[in-house]
Design a protein around this ligand. Structure first.
Ligand code: NOJ
Length: 763
């Protein structure tokens, strides 16, 4: 009794020590504190900590609180306000040991203020802007009582058929790794125990982006070298940056589901990488071990998962049901359970919850009167980040920027689609608070507005696709079609276009088309929208396409039809304002593609840094007996790293400080970048390296560094990059990470294709 009271005091009243038996365990000493607490837990209480449940509108709250008070739940996700979470924490404080709950959520690209989708953030190549978006997301989420996010998602995605391409940062290992680090630091701030920080759990460990055929949840089969070289570094970067959690992927890897994968979870994550944090399963993944066909039943599934080191099970009941029996029969050991409990308690400790279970829930009197209040949003920051995230793909005859005095006709289903602006995984964002393109352009034009809007087309006329997109939203379908016929809408748009100086068409995907499980076989803009574009082109009016989409689309025809193309992805709460800023030239676009845009689906994968081949295709030469598709041009429509500006830039005088490099030495690679146009603007100078001859085939080139540079019209700067041995290392056939002596080509460019080259020799 005495023991319990003291423990209660220590935890509930934020005292600074916990007493078990007679040994004091200061709260400052994490290991001792957690061990001490564990000594007092029953088996049921321990297993309770391993349970992470989703709170849905249909969940009986009373029952949940009862379960929490009984010590049967360790954390929840999807309940996202202080008034919702406080009673649950109160229930935890009524439990025997008063172990605090944690509250999780998918805070992926903003919380209440929605920032551009991750693929768009990556398009900014602006680490500062990306970091700001993550920090604000963390602050807003923490202010809403959340302790941990299931982010960042750093799965390398090289197959845009995969709907979750939108949620990642693109195809390149180096770029994604840099962003992984920035995002973890942004979410966790100085420390994940700060009141305005949330813990990051990097996902989906591992290789989820490489699902076969881009079909979600599909298998992954990959050589160890490719894993180590291309796919694993971003997870590692997030962990090295201090991510407190890891979410385990739903896919299998070389025949073993990640959730039961001893090599992945134990040998690699825990032993090789030294990860000491919380490993959470993905939704229902333990149960799915039965479906994968590696577990006979729930009992075996629970055994495989706990043995592999899945600390918390997300939304299934198998641990609760099966672990006691497995322990009794000796199929698992107490240490299997204890290891998992230790990580859960350790993560709660790191979130600062033992010192103060109400750290992020706060006091009732401080609750926001209106959770959705405008003044809780960070609009200016969202607008700034959004305008940095767009990529200008084409701008013939300086069609852009638009003149505010022109007569503009705005068409397209996405010009007035508040929910789609937010993109998928829009956390607690409210569509009512997002600025559509129509809103943004109208505001930008103010009194001088000569803007007309006509819809022109629905997102799709394909009933099957519509049903899919609206499947989960029984109360309010997300994609609502205008009942008029496609032709009537096109005719109306054409009539309006004929009166215009310029036509702006907002076309692409609805957000649900680039989401979990939303894999596509066809990456075209939906057929009815393409008909609209064709008809608009036929008017002869200058045509600007504003693309909204969560993955690269195949826009081969549209590239010819449009005079200008702005890839905006999904831009978030302030999207309409940000796009208007770019369209009217109040901001000069500076984004670069973080993923190649293929010419056709058949060309996928199109990533830039593929391995050298014995019979490469040479542009301009006959294709026979070379590696190509004979029925189309070889190479992407737009390469990785590509993006235009309203000004122009040139690179000159590339130089290396030496033609040889010692193992411990450094080479300076420099280039002069000049703004040769009439406007101030930013560009991204990119450094690629090719290892010309190695013990293994090496990629054609690999991004190794970049700098985003702002230059006034006419201004020039010399940019320097330092190259050392680390930049040349790779995993060889024995998975040894080392640089091999020999020739290296250094390429500097403003995209991955248009580069200048110099070489040096590693001695
Ligand atoms: C399933 C998704 O794969 C994962 O990314 C997400 O974090 C969880 N659901 C929770 O929403």
């Amino acid at each position: 009794m005495k023991k319990l009271c003291l423990l209660g005091l220590a935890i509930g009243l934020a005292s600074h020590s916990v007493w078990a038996d007679t040994t004091p365990a200061p709260i400052e000493n994490k290991d001792a504190f957690v061990s001490n607490l564990m000594k007092q837990m029953t088996l049921e209480e321990k297993i309770g900590q391993l349970r992470l449940i989703s709170i849905g509108p249909e969940m009986p709250r009373e029952l949940i609180r009862k379960e929490i008070a009984a010590g049967n739940i360790g954390g929840t996700f999807n309940s996202i306000t202080r008034p919702e979470n406080r009673p649950m924490q109160d229930a935890a404080m009524r439990s025997r040991l008063k172990i605090p709950m944690f509250f999780a959520y998918d805070v992926i690209h903003g919380h209440r203020t929605i920032f551009p989708i991750p693929l768009a953030l990556a398009s900014s190549w602006d680490m500062d802007a990306i970091g700001r978006s993550g920090r604000i997301a963390a602050k807003e989420a923490a202010a809403d009582s959340l302790d941990i996010t299931f982010a960042p998602m750093v799965d390398i995605s090289r197959d845009p058929r995969w709907g979750r391409t939108s949620e990642g940062f693109g195809e390149d290992t180096y770029l994604v790794s840099r962003i992984a680090k920035v995002m973890v630091k942004a979410y966790q701030g100085e420390t994940p125990s700060a009141a305005d920080s949330i813990m990051a759990s990097v996902k989906h460990f591992a290789l989820y982006g490489a699902v076969e055929g881009g079909r979600d949840y599909n298998t992954v089969d990959m050589s160890p070298v490719k894993m180590y070289q291309d796919y694993l570094p971003p997870y590692r970067a997030a962990i090295d940056a201090g991510a407190g959690g890891v979410m385990v992927a739903l896919n299998s890897i070389n025949g073993i589901p990640a959730t039961a994968n001893m090599w992945l979870m134990q040998d690699l994550l825990r032993k090789e990488w030294g990860f000491k944090g919380l490993a959470v399963s993905d939704h229902g993944a333990i149960f799915e071990l039965i479906k994968h066909g590696v577990a006979r039943d729930g009992r075996e599934a629970a055994k495989l998962a706990i043995k592999a080191g899945i600390d918390m099970s997300m939304n299934d009941t198998l641990y609760g049901k099966e672990l006691p029996g497995l322990l009794k029969s000796g199929e698992i050991q107490q240490s299997d359970i204890d290891n998992a409990v230790r990580e859960v308690l350790g993560a709660k400790y790191d979130m600062g919850l033992f010192k103060d279970p109400y750290l992020r829930i706060g006091k009732v009197e401080d609750d926001p009167a209106d959770t959705y209040a405008e003044n809780r949003l960070h609009r200016a920051e969202a607008r700034d980040v959004a305008r940095r995230s767009m990529v200008l793909l084409k701008n013939q005859n300086e069609t852009l920027p638009l003149k505010k005095t022109e007569k503009i006709v705005l068409v397209g289903p996405l010009a007035k689609a508040p929910i789609d602006m937010m993109g998928s995984w829009a956390a607690a964002g409210k569509p009512e608070q997002s600025v559509t393109l129509l809103d943004g352009m109208t505001r930008a034009l103010g009194d001088q507005t000569k803007l007309t809007y006509v819809r022109g087309a629905n997102i799709t006329e394909d009933k099957k696709v519509l049903d899919y997109l609206n499947f989960l939203n029984f109360d309010a379908p997300e994609v609502v079609n205008d009942p008029r016929s496609a032709q009537v809408m096109i005719d109306e748009a054409v009539k309006a276009a004929q009166q215009a100086d310029v036509v702006v068409a907002a076309v692409g995907e609805s957000r649900g088309m680039s989401h979990e499980s939303s894999s596509r076989t066809d990456l075209n803009i939906p057929a009815n929208q393409r008909d609209l574009i064709k008809a608009l082109k036929a008017t002869g009016k200058p045509l600007v396409l504003v693309l909204m989409n969560g993955r690269p689309l195949t826009i081969l025809e549209e590239k010819d039809q449009a005079d200008a193309i702005l890839e905006t992805w999904f831009t978030g709460t302030e999207g309409g304002n940000a796009i208007a800023d770019v369209l009217f030239g109040d901001y000069n676009p500076s984004g670069k593609l973080p993923i190649s845009i293929p010419r056709s689906v058949g060309q996928i994968p199109t990533y830039y840094n593929h391995l050298s081949i014995g019979r490469p295709f040479t542009p301009g030469k006959p294709g026979n007996y070379t590696s190509q598709y004979f029925d189309d041009t070889t190479g992407p429509l737009y390469p990785f790293g590509y993006g235009l500006s309203y000004t122009s830039f040139s690179l000159s005088d590339m130089a290396l400080s030496s033609t040889t490099l010692n193992k411990s030495g450094k080479i300076d690679a420099s280039v002069t970048v000049k703004n040769t146009g009439k406007r101030d603007g930013e560009t991204v100078v990119q450094l690629y390296i090719q290892d010309v001859v190695g013990s293994m085939i090496r990629p054609l080139k690999e991004l190794k560094n970049f700098q985003k540079v702002m230059l006034k019209a006419g201004e020039q700067k010399v940019i320097h990059f330092t190259i050392d041995e680390d930049d040349l290392k790779f995993y060889n056939a024995q998975l040894k990470y080392a640089a091999e002596p020999g020739k290296f080509n250094v390429q500097i460019g403003l995209d991955s294709e248009d580069v200048t080259q110099q070489s040096f020799e590693l001695l």
